[in-house]
Design a protein around this ligand. Structure first.
Ligand code: PLP
Length: 234
């Protein structure tokens, strides 16, 4: 077995264990490979090893790897900061934009989706740690905007995504994950137009078991699948 396949198998075991601890069905939690800075061959290996989807951060990487068949057979998510001038390269190309972090971006996605006649699935990114350095809605903003999704007929809101602060020790982020879970449940209960809350994306290499115990339905894992990223390479 390749290293990537071994890593995916071991992550799956830990995911199942965390799910069981929380009394959840392991089948209800998906594994997204965070593929930034990994080449098409590595991405294909992860897909062969059984990840459920891929998440890319940069438009340019999608444009390089997609023609090489990197994501074939699995959904592709956009998980990075998306500039409005690049929206046209992403809408209708990726299955889910997880990182809708501001009103201007939502409006731009609506416009582009209407123009090419598609409905774009999205998540709202919530800046749950209220960090200066991170983009994202406050929980209040996310809840208010979810109520207005009827005004964006070419966008469908499927849930929430969060990147909590870098944790110092295991368990540190549990309270943020729990806050996300509460927000997710609150919005779900409202049954707004153009909203079907079926995805709570949280948890990365360092904390995905905690995220699952607190209710994540999708975890985004990079380093634990591919090893440390080489930032000098790209
Ligand atoms: C890189 C990245 C991840 C994965 O991070 P790891 O710590 O390598 O698992 C998850 N989500 C987003 C948005 C990322 O940019």
């Amino acid at each position: 077995m390749s290293t990537i396949a071994e890593n995916v198998a071991s992550i799956r075991e830990k995911m199942a264990e965390a799910a069981k601890q929380a009394g959840r069905d392991p089948e209800s939690i998906r594994l997204c490979a965070a593929t930034k800075m990994n080449d098409a061959a590595a991405v294909r290996e992860a897909i062969a090893a059984g990840v459920d989807c891929c998440g890319e951060n940069r438009v340019q990487e999608i444009q390089e790897k997609r023609p090489q068949g990197a994501y074939e057979g699995k959904p592709l998510h956009f998980i990075g900061h998306l500039q409005t001038n690049k929206v046209k390269y992403i809408v209708g190309v990726v299955d889910l934009i997880e990182s809708v972090d501001r009103l201007e971006l939502l409006e731009c996605i609506e416009k582009q989706a209407a123009k090419i006649g598609v409905t774009q699935d999205v998540l709202f990114e919530v800046n749950i740690g209220a960090e200066e350095s991170k983009s994202g809605f406050t929980p209040e903003e996310a809840a208010q905007l979810a109520a207005k999704m009827g005004e964006y007929p070419h966008v469908r809101l499927h849930g929430l995504m969060a990147i909590p602060p870098v944790s110092e020790k295991p368990g540190d982020n549990c309270r943020y994950f729990a806050e996300m879970r509460n927000l997710f449940v609150d919005i779900s209960a409202k049954k707004y137009d153009n909203v079907s809350m079926d995805c709570l994306s949280m948890g990365m290499s360092g904390d995905y078991p905690d995220a699952i115990r607190e209710g994540a339905t999708l975890v985004r894992v990079g380093t634990a699948i591919f090893g440390a990223r080489n930032y000098n390479k790209v």
